[in-house]
Design a binder for this molecule. Sequence first.
Ligand code: MN
Ligand code: MN
Length: 315
Amino acid sequence: MPLMNEEYKPLSGREFPRFSGIKTFFRLPIADVTDKFDVALFGIPYDGGVSYRPGARFAPSLVREVSSLGRGFHMTRALSVFDKLKAADVGDCSVVPIDQTQTYEKIEKFVTKILSTDKKFISVGGDHSTTLPVLRALKKKYGVPLNFIHFDAHLDTYPAAWGCEYHHGAFARHAVEEGLVNPAQMLQIGIRGPLAAGSDLDFVNKHKITVKTVDDIRNTTISDFVKTLPSFKGPTYISYDIDCLDPAFAPGTGTPVPGGLTTYEVQRIMRAFKIENLVGADIVELSPPYDSSQITGLAAVDAMFELLCLMGESK
Ligand code: MN
Ligand code: MN
């Protein structure tokens, strides 16, 4: 059974049944970051920034396992993504489970190395605090604040908690304050209450960040809603917090919020994006210990596929 292949194609399910084989993302080959391919897939198994239920450190393993069911042809787009893009699993970023500062340094260094080879990437976290060092590396590479699409139930612009600045509910605030993302080209999707207080909205209002709540999406048809999405020119990043989905579709997450999106609505939104240059993306906050049926893992795999196709279209 080949682990390396020059074509960077998934292992065929018709040759090796999907329950067999060593688990990599989408049954792709394992590769070194410096090899010649287009998109690096990797894990960030760190959940030291969560405020409630932990477990996201186990997400890369689960997504690798469930992605055995992943397939490469997108019906709506008529796109064979692994023909368009060479993708490979480059393993997990090294982390320090009891030290966030060291973990942040390792993540930034890991992503910087990927970017030094002019690759795009999709990571599987990890809690949402891991997105901040990824954005720091991207800002250094591209030299401008990124366009930023943020799927989430939560704003993640909240203040410090327990005296700590860098928890998973504060990463988006830091990303704006550090100038890593451009608030005028920032879109939050799936946001819903309850909030701790009305003042939780002060940050997004002050920075004029575009927030699409679940009401905004449901008050019209999905076909009409997607027409309201802006298009993005210049380097763009998508951060996908799995809790944008309703807990019925994604129970396996640390801070679930009822009244969320369906997996289908997310598919339709992802398919409607007009993104000139999607440079990177992540999927975060999947907590396998709370995902008894692997339904959340499957939702993560599906989002990963849609993100890959967006990269294929924007290439
Ligand atoms: Mn989040
Ligand atoms: Mn969230």
